[in-house]
Design a protein around this ligand. Structure first.
Ligand code: ASP
Length: 420
């Protein structure tokens, strides 16, 4: 069996849903489980709805807009007369309104977020399952909240692999014999069946959870790019497509910030040897990229760009040198504040880290360490990592940039620079 994953861009309007259905129809002889995200930018819209309630702001995105967006798609797909779908929609909107109105800080933001924002995925998959059936493709809607089991860390839930595998096998597997299974990405539930989410863009990871639980032959992520490119085509020219990538290489690219696949996706697939295809939903004839166990000599350099970076330097001002005890102290606070270091460097008298811009936590870090160090920081910087670099690529990238930190190892080159 195969797992397909379609992101928001591939179901942003009726035309794209139709295109998705064409892709599924072309594979209807296979056993298929399809993971689908919220439509278009609906997760952002649901987040905005919740934030408006919390900040007691006048609704800039009224709930009607969200309803209209989905209603138009339902209308364009010719699903208006489906009573079941209408009832499902009414029930989901009731849950949404109940969740939003019932917000109380006693529950905590993350909990309410999961109960409400998750509904965008539920709406999307209800519509898609209904449309598949209308088009004569037997589809069954499976509730990921019942089968993807997690702990209770809302918004960043950790998967309970054993429980999820057992549930997915018993609830989804039997349908695969004669139906396409349609389910949600990004969402699951804890032991009390409260909805949890796996972190933004988590649907790729959901596809990997379903695939490993069902022993899938492959996972295909259908995207608006031709596959995995060696750089983001929105930021760099002359990008090159990888036909094949080793798991390790792809996983490391996500670590450095490549956004083509959710970072948690590769590991479970690699452990089970399940190949991951990244293909274009606009061009299903193209093969895209396959990520699998393989060795490829002379891979094209991969260029990964991250914006909104902060560099913080901790300096010793009493003529002693940076030692392990200083670094230990800095790391204690970095860990306490849950910060992620994207790059670090030390010299005789200073220790420097680069992290994503986060003024609030940067201030907390600075306040915690200001008695021991002189602290300097720079925000709004950018960072580029080049995996498998060559000098020519580096020269091109560095041209005209005011580089603040530069580092290279045998395989990787990294620089942090000021934006002109
Ligand atoms: N809809 C969720 C998000 O936008 C999950 C996903 O698309 O992967 O983050």
């Amino acid at each position: 069996m195969k797992v397909f994953k379609f992101g928001g861009a591939s179901v942003r309007d009726a035309g794209s849903v139709q295109n998705m259905v064409n892709i599924i129809a072309a594979h209807k002889n296979e056993k298929l489980l399809v993971v689908v995200s919220a439509m278009g930018k609906m997760t952002n819209a649901f987040e905005a709805l919740l934030n408006q309630v919390i900040e007691e702001e006048p609704a800039e995105i009224p709930i009607e807009e969200v309803k209209d967006f989905h209603d138009n798609i339902i209308k364009d797909l010719g699903l208006v007369s489906s009573q079941t779908l209408r009832e499902d929609m009414e029930e989901i909107y009731e849950q949404l309104i109940h969740g939003l109105n019932g917000y109380s800080s006693a529950f905590g933001y993350d909990f309410v977020y999961d109960q409400t924002v998750s509904l965008a995925e539920v709406i999307s998959t209800k519509i898609i399952a209904a449309y598949l059936n209308k088009q004569g493709i037997d589809a069954v809607w499976v509730d990921a909240r019942k089968v993807v089991k997690t702990n209770s860390t809302h918004r960043q839930a950790m998967v309970d692999w054993g429980a999820s595998q057992a549930m997915i096998k018993s609830q989804a597997m039997p349908h695969l014999e004669d139906k396409v299974v349609v389910t949600q990405g990004f969402i699951g539930s804890n032991a009390k069946y409260n909805t949890t989410t796996l972190g933004r863009e988590g649907s790729d990871f959901s596809a990997a959870i379903f695939a490993t639980s069902l022993g899938a032959d492959s996972v295909t992520i259908w995207k608006d790019v031709p596959g995995v490119l060696n750089a983001d085509p929105k930021k760099f020219e002359n990008t090159k497509l990888y036909d094949r990538l080793p798991y390790k290489e792809a996983a490391e690219m996500t670590y450095y910030g490549a956004s083509v696949i959710h970072p948690k996706t590769i590991k479970p697939l690699a452990q089970k040897g399940i190949p991951l295809y990244v293909r274009s939903f606009q061009n299903m004839q193209e093969k895209g990229t396959v990520i699998e166990e393989c060795q490829i000599p002379n891979l094209n350099p991969a260029i990964i760009h991250k914006d909104k970076q902060t560099v913080i330097s901790f300096k010793i001002s009493d003529f002693s040198f940076i030692n392990e005890a200083h670094i230990y102290t800095i790391f204690e606070h970095v860990k306490r504040l849950n910060l992620t270091i994207n790059l670090m460097q030390n010299s005789a008298i200073s220790f420097t880290i680069c992290m994503d811009d986060d003024p609030k936590r940067r201030e907390q870090l600075r306040t915690a360490l200001m008695d021991e160090f002189s602290i300097y920081y720079n925000e709004g910087l950018e960072m580029i990592t080049v995996k498998n670099y060559n000098q020519e690529t580096i020269n091109e990238l560095m041209e005209g940039k005011q580089v603040i930190i530069e580092q290279r190892s045998r395989n990787n080159f990294q620089m942090v620079y000021k934006v002109n």
